[in-house]
Design a protein. Structure first.
Length: 143
């Protein structure tokens, strides 16, 4: 069964996704997070502007998970995928010490009527559940 996810993005990346210039969303972490292993092809992503509304949806076309990353391995990922990730030099410098990574190939991206939700924590990626959907089910967006 497909999962649904809430993905928080800054305006530059959200705009690039909506324009079709960014087709891979990347997450790199120093510690293993629960999202690793829970994103599968066919899952639905709700794309939320940081400090703003949910304003787009996408589906997952492909997923790559990485463990035991080193700065050299991250540099290789940058060379291979950055044309689709659009990470800045600073982005990649900040990620050089991460041990885990997630790359998600986006598909079927489309803008939706903006939906404000009640999310107050700092998590930038949340696997949605019946108990934790931030009001998306009630709004009718999450069915």
């Amino acid at each position: 069964m497909a999962n649904s996810h809430l993905v928080i993005l800054n305006k530059f990346y959200l705009d690039a996704i909506l324009a079709g210039r960014k087709t891979i969303e990347s997450r790199f972490m120093k510690n293993r997070r629960s999202v690793l292993g829970q994103v599968q092809p066919g899952d639905k992503l709700f794309l939320k502007l940081s400090s703003g509304p949910v304003c787009a949806v996408a589906s997952v076309r492909a997923v790559w998970c990485f463990e035991d990353l080193t700065p050299q391995k991250i540099a290789r990922l940058r060379r291979r995928y950055n044309k689709l990730i659009l990470g800045s030099d600073r982005y990649w410098r900040d990620k050089a010490g991460c041990k885990y990574g997630l790359l998600v190939r986006l598909d079927g991206v489309r803008a939706i009527e903006p939906v404000r939700i009640n999310k107050k924590d700092w998590r930038a990626w949340v696997v949605l559940t019946k108990q934790e959907d931030f009001g998306l089910r009630k709004s009718g967006v999450l069915k």
